[in-house]
Design a protein around this ligand. Structure first.
Ligand code: SF4
Length: 133
């Protein structure tokens, strides 16, 4: 019984923290100057509507792409500087990915590397990068 209460409490804490982080990301974007907001969204290749929709996904404000690349031993800095457009496409896929909750869980549980091909929106990209290295 105590374990169940602990699990529910932990879930509530994670849920509230995530909700606050997403709300904060939306607020930050709303508060910057319109031209900076447009530039930021253009860099991410997202419309304002797409960004708002993406922020509804759980853990939308967490940088899961960096974590996934680290887990797969992909040199993120090198890759992002050598393949800017490709990297931005991957960032966009990540931000709009509907599997962020599962992704985070697999990354935290160290099972991402063996399972990501079954659900990750960047699976083909990771495969291609790993094949080239
Ligand atoms: S599953 Fe893949 S695309 Fe989705 S958030 Fe995780 S790393 Fe990004």
């Amino acid at each position: 019984m105590i374990n169940a209460i602990h699990t529910v409490t932990n879930f509530a804490v994670v849920y509230v923290k995530d909700w606050m982080a997403r709300a904060s990301s939306l607020r930050e974007l709303e508060q910057i100057a319109p031209e900076d907001r447009s530039r930021t969204l253009r860099d991410w290749n997202l419309t304002s509507f797409e960004f708002g929709s993406a922020m509804r996904h759980r853990f939308a404000s967490q940088d899961l792409l960096s974590c996934a690349m680290r887990t797969l031993d992909i040199e993120q800095d090198q890759f992002s500087s050598e393949h800017i457009a490709w990297y931005r496409d991957m960032q966009r896929s990540c931000v709009t990915c509907p599997h962020r909750s599962r992704c985070r869980k697999e990354l935290m549980g160290s099972s991402f590397a063996s399972h990501y091909q079954g659900f990750c929106a960047n699976s083909a990209n990771f495969a291609e990068i790993l094949e080239r290295s």
